[in-house]
Design a protein around this ligand. Structure first.
Ligand code: EPU
Length: 420
């Protein structure tokens, strides 16, 4: 945790209405940044969100020898002929996406030493899929003094890899390693999150040969070298989804500029089932609600399933919905930790393993609570908006990791929110 972390003070209840603009996706931008290590020269990434995690990834790239600058939403990365190969614990522990430099560094430099990220507040988050995949490509992997050390003599070699689970980070690390391997790599059962296609398109613009983006199988023909490129990050579907839930929970009317309904099909279907009216606008989505939401059952699954990153919002919605619902978490085993915080606002929730049973009540009541991760923090803020009185969400640095200008945006939509 940083030395001083902001808290969010929310006076509820609130009804949100107006327009909000969604910036580039955190989980895409971070991966694009890591992938830039694959080619020397000056890369330009547009639509990059100004959030804490982007600054952490920038610092990591600087330590690897890059020069990085962010002007408005344009990030320029100058990558040296030979980048460094070591990512230290002080940065990796702050942000697990640091592990995304493993594939690019290994394939380019022949050795990568990345501090082990460890577990975090949403689960143990192993690296076994990343490791076995890289080993299949010819890497030798050892663990020493808290570091994962990956080496290869010469180039990695194309292989066929069957993932046991469509892990987002593993798919990305293997793609970024395979693009410079010798021969063809086929990866089956890959993650299909839009972030993966965004990364794939950036790699293709760098000269990579990739087929099957958006499907369950990627076929990558390794090339000898890649060149620096320019790319615009896709809009953040989880931030868009957060605003959609906020509109429905507060009986509001929000136009989400830049929101892509095609990346949020299942969450938007659930909100319609809850009573929302959702329409497409020329540049986004409008979400309108004029009654108390109806409870909705949700089960998280890899894309195109319901995103685990919107699970806290689904629980918060059900906490004030008409009826009872079950929310099932299938991706991260410890993602119900924030439920105890939500209960402090009066929510009636029982957790049994990876199921949460929620009995909706009309209104929650404000209290001090603590954000345990990015999405739990956002979910608690939404719950605070439908609580009577003051809620203080502590450890707001988690929220800053994923939501640029969250308090300002909430205020512009009519909420009484301050950062303290
Ligand atoms: N897993 C393993 N072994 C591995 C890799 C993953 O057991 O080697 C397990 C994980 O422990 C987890 C499951 O597989 O239970 C899925 O993990 P995945 O690798 O798909 O997730 P990730 O790459 O670590 C990314 C996002 C998460 C998002 C998940 C799922 C980034 C930086 N993080 O994590 O985003 O929840 O995919 O969509 O892209 C967030 O933004 O708040 C966030 C947590």
């Amino acid at each position: 945790m940083p030395e001083s972390s902001p808290s969010f003070r929310i006076l509820g209840p609130a009804r949100l209405s107006g327009e909000v603009k969604v910036t580039g996706a955190k989980n895409s931008a971070l991966k694009l940044m890591a992938a830039s290590l694959l080619a020397p020269g000056t890369h330009t990434l547009r639509n990059v969100p100004d959030i804490a995690d982007v600054h952490i990834m920038s610092e990591l790239l600087v330590r690897l020898g890059c020069t990085v600058s962010l002007n408005n939403d344009v990030l320029t990365i100058d990558v040296p002929a030979t980048p460094g190969h070591k990512a230290e614990y002080d940065l990796v522990r702050k942000m697990r996406a640091s592990i995304n430099v493993l594939g690019p560094i290994l394939t380019r430099v022949g050795i990568a030493e990345i501090s082990l990220p460890g577990g975090d507040a949403i689960g143990s988050r192993g690296l076994d899929f990343h490791i076995s995949g890289l080993e299949a490509l010819g890497a030798t992997i050892t663990f020493e003094h808290g570091f994962i050390i990956a080496k290869v003599d010469g180039r990695l070699k194309g292989a066929t890899i069957d993932l046991v689970f469509p892990s987002v980070g593993t798919t990305e690390n293997l793609m970024t390693a395979a693009v410079l391997a010798k021969g063809t790599t086929t990866i089956n059962n890959v993650a299909r999150e839009p972030d993966i296609s965004d990364l794939g398109e950036y790699l293709i613009s760098m000269g990579a040969k990739i087929q099957g983006l958006g499907t369950q199988t990627l076929v990558i023909e390794g090339v000898d070298s890649l060149k620096a490129a320019e790319h615009s990050t896709l809009p953040d579907r989880i931030v868009s989804g957060t605003w959609a839930f906020a509109a429905v929970m507060t009986g509001g009317d929000i136009t989400i500029q830049g929101g892509r309904a095609d990346h949020l099909e299942l969450p938007l279907d659930k909100l319609v089932a809850s009573g929302a009216v959702i329409t497409s606008t020329p540049d986004g989505i409008r979400v309108k609600m004029d009654k108390r939401p109806i409870a909705i059952d949700v089960a998280t699954l890899p894309y195109p399933g319901f995103p685990t990153d919107l699970q806290p919002m689904a629980i918060a919605l059900n906490a004030i919905a008409d009826g009872s619902a079950i929310v099932t978490e299938n991706v991260f085993e410890a993602r119900f930790m924030f439920v105890n915080e939500l209960k402090r606002l009066g929510a009636r929730i029982t957790v049994d393993g990876h199921h949460a049973a929620i009995a909706g009540i009309k209104q929650l009541s404000g209290a001090p609570v603590v954000a345990t991760d990015i999405r739990a923090g956002a979910g608690l803020v939404l719950a605070a908006l439908v609580s009577e009185g003051i809620t203080i969400v502590e450890d707001g640095f988690h929220i800053d990791r994923g939501y640029p200008n969250f308090a300002e945006d909430l205020r512009s939509l009519g909420a009484d929110v301050t950062r303290i």
